[in-house]
Each structure stands twice: as structure tokens, then as C-alpha cells.
Design a protein around this ligand. Structure first.
Ligand SMILES: Cc1cc2nc3c(=O)[nH]c(=O)nc-3n(C[C@H](O)[C@H](O)[C@H](O)COP(=O)(O)OP(=O)(O)OC[C@H]3O[C@@H](n4cnc5c(N)ncnc54)[C@H](O)[C@@H]3O)c2cc1C
Length: 658
């Protein structure tokens, strides 16, 4: 049989299979308890002799830093913002899942596990997902104890709502500001440890390299973004909680600073990168309105609880005022195609159908490049049913945000929404302990690949970040640290010096390129290539075109980029240039990953692999594995290691939400 690699023309090499060796071989509902019991412990008195670097202060990093500090370890915490509480997690709107079954609607740990595996299109690891579901309930208790003001019902009980891909109400929320409230909780816990002296905070510091000594992660090289100083920081273990890389697409719902540098640098040092092509496109964002934009805004998925999505039945009605289109001329297409889940189908499905409607010419709103890319999200029925005040109480801040950005009043006229890049399911490969393939390097939150498979269900990222940071990592990392403290590494160690020199050389190279084009112009062009060829629909031909275009653009970048200012102080042009340089390399790997995966699954839709009615068609015989890529070397092909996925508790079948 011709191997996939031969089919895609030597773009990668195939290496030995890998597997997770940490999940105990006991029934799934006992695995986590068993693993915690097996873990070697570190005596509380010895913990202060051990140090851990945590890169990131979002929900995954702040929770981990605070918990490790509380446990008594010496923690150094890094973020590039001016305050840990400005991490991108603060933007999260809709909510956080937990299998509490407060609504008595048949929810359970197993159902959350089942929904997540199914929602991820059977491309996630069962053991990790089960643990996530199990730990989910503790997160809510932890956050309530911290004082996070979750929404409550009139009687005082915590309220819930529903998110896509599920038929129960298990999403806890704080209006449209859930991430902000959760982050304030984690941030306060972190600040408490900073005051107690267990955590040392380095804000406005950007990690630019990982230090690996004798095969173990032993530190980082970071640039002080205010003074420009390049510093090394050493520790017994390193945790990366550096978030997702959706900004490789330039336009996304992520904060402008989100990037891939921390995990990409670790990848180049030997950490495998898993499923890089799995990108989540969120169906409910404010549509692009012109080519001047550098940011897209999410309208939370929670709006799909009460809002109804529709387009005109006839293309000629697309320019009419929606209020003048009578009921019988509207197509509530999600309710029509997926009656069981209706407007609450998972994100990948809702996004693709919105694209289909617009491709048919039934999109609404202003035309960009000749196509109207928008569908309506209509609250008229909800207001008739619940009253305008009740809608405002539930979603008011989201409505205000929409009105401020579009100049339209969503209480009067339906919102217009369209899919946009939102989340990356790929990330550094980790085992059940959240340890990467570099001993001593742990990865948590959106930066790892672990729990969501090919498609993440709404409200599951906050759950995963906090599960990792408050409950999983602080237990599993003990097993590694119990062998420490490791031999001290001085700053003159050749590996440390080499890492630091590689950073200064790269900064010099960027500063001296002396070209004519701005960093942003390259980023934008890269994003357009990625959206066009590696976005909502991917084809063999398109992905090959993308790889050629990315390589050519990357070559031009290093020749023609112009980085303004000096490296010896605050320099945003330099910061962006380093991030965009890493995006180029990542983008190529994403396209190779997407090209080699000749099946559709979740957020990865290959046009060549669909059912007769246009749904994603998986190929379990050939692709039921995690694709974990090793860095092959400068301008060398990456190496693919496969982790086979086995489903013992959930039967693999074609996903159906009809
Ligand atoms: C608009 C929006 C709304 C969302 N709403 C929801 C929701 O309702 N529910 C849900 O479950 N999920 C939601 N998500 C997804 C969720 O918010 C994220 O996946 C999650 O918050 C990521 O958390 P994190 O801790 O992994 O990373 P982040 O919060 O992105 O934090 C990354 C941290 O790493 C630091 N960092 C990164 N690189 C470096 C470096 N090189 N050097 C130093 N520091 C570095 C940053 O400074 C930051 O502190 C939403 C996402 C968006 C974009």
C-alpha cells in the first residue's frame, strides 16, 4: 500500500509510534485515584528546596502557580502582560462546564466524558477526558470558595445554561464575564502566594527559549520587555501554560498578543507537537467588515441558548431589512437540519453550515470581496417569551458590546454573526501526567493538546485549564520532582549559554534585516493564506498551495522585514517579529498535518472526505491516532509519531446531532 507520506511527496518522515505510559491499567473510573496513589510524594519540608518555572498566568498558569506555591514549592511565574490578570483567559465569556447535575437532568461524570469524546469526534484520549469530567465538579467548589460570583437563581442556587453538543444544562457562568471572574479568583490566589514569598512574579517578561540540560528542561531564556535585557532563569522543572496559537490566522477572537513562541521553541528543543491542524472555528463572531481589521470579536455561544439562527430562504431577500422578511420566508437551517440539537449543535457543525448558507448566496450583511458572510442570530422570539428585561439580565453585556462594535441595536434588529478562528485543539503532546516528551517540561491549558480531540465543546477550555492547574499538575508533578533537587546548573553551563546566544543572535538578525515591509503586513498575508487554505475547509490541492506560499513568504520575511526601534527597551515591533517568525514555521507544520490527515474530523474538514449529505466523514481505519510531530531540523521534514487511540468505554461511530 502507498504510504501517506509518499502520497504527499516526502513532506515528512515517519518515526516510531508513541504511547502514554502513565495512565494506570485499571478501569477508567479508578485511574485517577490510582495514579494519585502511585505518585511518589515530596515531603512538605523538602518542597522549598525545589523550584518550578511557570510560563503563563492565564487560568491554567495562575492556578498552577498558586497551587504549587501553596504546596510549598519555590515558583517563578512569567507573563508578557503588565499584570498576570491581563492574560487572555480574562476574555472568556460564556461559561465553564461541570458534571454537577444540579438540574437533575441525567447529567453525570460519564455523560460529560461521553459528550466530550463524541464532541471531539473520537480523536481524544479516553483516560484524560474521563479525569477531566471527574475533576470538573471540584473546580466549581474551589471557585465558589474563592468567591467567584457565579450566576445564581432566585433561590440562591448556582444557575446553569446549555452549550453546544449537549442536551443537559451543565454550564456555570458569571453573566458574559466568566473568564474574568475565574481569573480574578486564580489571580488572587497567585497574589496571596506572591505576598507569602513562595511565588516570584516576572510580568512583562517574554520567554524566548527553553533551556534543556542533559535531556531535562531546566530553565528558560526570557527578555525583559521594558529594559530589553536577555535573562536566564533556572529551575528543577518548567511548566508551559502559554495559551493557544489561533493568531497564526492573524484574524481571530484571541487577544492580539496570543502567540506560539513558548511552545514552538520547546518543540524545536525536542517536545512533540500534537495535532497542530485541529483549529476551532467559532460560529458566533461578529462578521468581518473590511480589510482594515486586525481583530475579531466573539459573541458568546451562550447566545445560542435563546437566539435563533436563520438566513432568508431566497438569495434575493439577503439585502432586505430582516424585520421585513416574514416567518415563512426564513430558513432556521440548524433547527431544520439537526432537529435534536437545533441551534445548539457543536461549533464545527454550526460553523460549516453558516459557510454553506453564505456559499449558496443566502448570507446577509455587507459584501466583503463580493460575498455576504453573515447569518442572523435573532432574539425576537426569546424577548416575546421571556421579556426584554430577562434577556438583558442574561446577555446584556454581550448585547452592549455588539451595539458598540456594529452600531446596530440587537434588541431591535437581529445580530449578524459569522464563524471565526477561536481556539486551537493542537498543542504540545503530553502524557497522562501532563508531561511533554522532554522530561521536566509540563504543559497545561490550551498550550497542550490533550483533552478535546478534533473539536472542543463550548465551556470546556476553562474547565480544562483549571482542572490542569488546580488539580492535575500539582499532583502529577510531584512524581517528577521527588527525584530532585537536580544537580544545580550554573549560568555558564554550555547549554545555558548556547540558549541565550541563540536568542540574542535571533534578535540581532531581526533588527538587522533592514527591509521595507512591516511585521504586520507579513502576519496579515500569512493569515490570509491560512484562512483560505487551512481554514474551515481544506483540500489536498489547497494545502499544497499553502505550503509553497508559506515557504516563499517566510523567505521574503527574513529578507525584507523592517523592525523599527532598538532592542534595548520597549519594542513592540521586535516582539511581534519574533512571534510572526515562529508562526511561519508552525503554519507550515499545520498544513503538513492537515494534508496528511486525509479524513474529515471535527474542526478539520477535508472536502474530499464527506458523507453524501455534506457531513464530515472520518476514516477510523487509517486515522484513529494522535499525530505527534517531532522537529526535523532547520529546513528538514518533520517526523510523525503516531499515538493510537483506543476506545474501550465509548463506541466510535459517525457523529450525529440529528
Ligand atoms: C473571546 C473568547 C471567549 C472565550 N470564552 C470561553 C468560555 O466561555 N468558556 C471556555 O471554556 N472557554 C472560552 N474561551 C477559551 C478560553 O478562554 C481559553 O482557551 C483559555 O482561557 C486559555 O487559558 P490558558 O491559561 O491556557 O492561556 P491564556 O489565558 O491565553 O494565558 C496565556 C498566558 O501565557 C503567557 N505567555 C504566553 N506566551 C508567553 C511567553 N512566550 N513568555 C511569557 N509568557 C507567555 C501570557 O502572558 C498569559 O499569561 C474563550 C476564548 C476567547 C478567545
Amino acid at each position: 500500500m502507498t504510504s501517506t507520506n509518499e502520497l504527499i511527496g516526502g513532506l515528512y518522515r515517519e518515526g516510531a509510534p508513541i504511547s502514554d505510559s502513565k495512565a494506570p491499567d485499571v478501569p477508567i473510573d479508578r485511574q485517577w485515584q490510582e495514579r494519585q496513589f502511585q505518585t511518589t510524594l515530596v515531603n512538605p519540608a523538602n518542597r522549598r528546596k525545589l523550584s518550578v518555572i511557570v510560563v503563563g498566568t492565564g487560568l491554567a498558569g495562575a492556578s498552577a502557580g498558586a497551587t504549587l506555591g501553596e504546596a510549598g514549592y519555590r515558583v517563578k511565574s512569567f507573563c508578557y502582560q503588565d499584570s498576570p490578570r491581563r492574560a487572555h483567559s480574562i476574555a472568556a465569556q460564556g461559561g465553564i462546564n461541570a458534571a454537577k447535575n444540579y438540574r437533575n437532568d441525567n447529567d453525570s461524570t460519564f455523560r460529560l466524558f461521553y459528550d466530550t469524546v463524541k464532541g471531539g469526534d473520537y480523536r481524544s484520549r479516553e483516560s484524560n477526558v474521563y479525569r477531566l469530567a471527574e475533576v470538573s465538579a471540584n473546580i466549581i467548589d474551589q471557585c465558589v470558595a474563592q468567591g467567584v460570583p457565579f450566576a445564581r437563581e432566585y433561590g440562591g442556587l448556582l444557575d446553569n445554561r446549555s452549550f453546544g453538543g449537549v442536551q443537559v444544562s451543565r454550564t456555570f457562568y458569571a453573566r458574559g464575564q466568566t473568564g474574568q471572574q475565574l481569573l480574578i479568583g486564580a489571580y488572587q490566589a497567585l497574589e496571596r502566594q506572591i505576598a507569602a514569598g513562595t511565588v516570584e512574579m516576572f510580568s512583562r517578561h517574554e520567554m524566548l527559549e527553553l533551556v534543556v540540560v542533559d535531556g531535562r528542561a531546566r530553565g528558560i531564556v526570557a527578555r525583559d520587555m521594558i529594559t530589553g535585557a536577555v535573562e536566564t532563569h533556572m529551575a528543577d522543572a518548567v511548566v508551559l501554560a502559554s495559551g493557544g496559537y489561533g493568531n497564526v490566522f492573524y484574524l481571530s477572537t484571541n487577544a492580539m498578543g496570543c502567540n506560539t513562541t513558548a511552545i514552538w521553541r520547546a518543540h524545536r528543543k525536542g517536545a512533540l507537537f500534537a495535532n497542530p491542524c485541529y483549529t476551532q472555528i467559532h460560529p458566533t463572531c461578529i462578521p468581518v467588515s473590511g480589510d482594515y481589521q486586525s481583530k475579531l470579536t466573539l459573541m458568546s455561544e451562550s447566545l445560542r441558548n435563546d437566539g435563533r439562527i436563520w438566513v432568508p430562504k431566497r438569495a434575493e431577500d439577503a439585502t432586505k431589512d430582516p424585520r421585513d422578511i416574514p416567518e415563512e420566508d426564513r430558513d432556521y437551517y440548524l433547527e431544520r437540519i439537526y432537529p435534536a440539537f437545533g441551534n445548539l449543535v457543536p461549533r464545527d457543525i454550526a460553523s460549516r453550515q453558516a459557510k454553506n448558507m453564505c456559499d449558496e448566496g443566502r448570507g446577509v450583511g455587507p459584501a466583503v470581496d463580493g460575498v455576504r458572510r453573515g447569518v442572523y442570530l435573532d432574539f425576537a422570539d426569546a424577548m416575546a417569551r421571556m421579556g426584554r428585561d430577562a434577556v438583558a439580565a442574561k446577555y446584556g453585556n454581550l448585547f452592549d458590546m455588539y451595539a458598540q462594535i456594529t452600531g446596530e441595536n440587537p434588541y431591535e434588529v437581529p445580530m449578524r454573526i459569522y464563524p471565526a478562528v477561536h481556539y486551537t485543539m493542537g498543542g504540545l503532546w503530553v502524557d497522562y501526567d501532563l508531561q511533554s516528551t522532554i522530561p521536566g517540561l509540563f504543559v497545561t491549558g490550551e498550550a497542550n493538546f490533550s483533552d478535546h480531540g478534533a473539536n472542543r465543546l463550548g465551556a470546556s477550555a476553562l474547565m480544562q485549564g483549571l482542572a490542569d492547574g488546580y488539580f492535575v499538575l500539582p499532583n502529577t508533578i510531584n512524581d517528577y520532582l521527588a527525584a530532585g533537587p537536580f544537580e544545580g546548573v550554573s549560568e555558564d553551563h554550555p547549554e545555558v549559554q548556547a540558549a541565550r546566544e541563540s536568542v540574542t543572535e535571533r534578535i540581532d538578525r531581526l533588527m538587522q534585516a533592514g527591509g521595507t515591509r512591516s511585521v504586520d503586513s507579513f502576519h496579515k498575508e500569512l493569515g490570509q493564506i491560512m484562512w483560505e487554505y487551512c481554514g474551515m475547509e481544506r483540500t489536498d490541492e489547497g494545502l499544497r498551495t499553502a505550503i509553497d506560499k508559506i515557504r516563499a513568504l517566510r523567505e521574503t520575511f527574513w529578507r525584507d522585514v523592517r523592525v523599527l526601534g532598538s532592542p534595548d527597551g520597549l519594542n513592540q515591533s521586535l516582539e511581534k517579529a519574533g512571534r510572526v517568525a515562529d508562526f511561519f514555521e508552525l503554519a507550515e507544520l499545520m498544513c503538513i498535518d492537515a494534508l496528511h490527515r486525509r479524513e474529515s474530523c471535527g474542526g478539520h474538514f477535508r472536502a474530499e472526505s464527506q458523507t453524501p449529505d455534506g457531513e464530515a466523514l472520518r476514516n477510523d481505519d487509517e486515522f484513529a491516532y494522535v499525530a505527534a510531530w517531532a522537529w526535523g531540523g532547520e529546513d528538514e521534514a518533520p517526523v510523525l509519531h503516531k499515538e493510537d487511540l483506543k476506545y474501550e468505554y465509548v463506541e466510535m461511530k459517525q457523529r450525529s446531532y440529528k
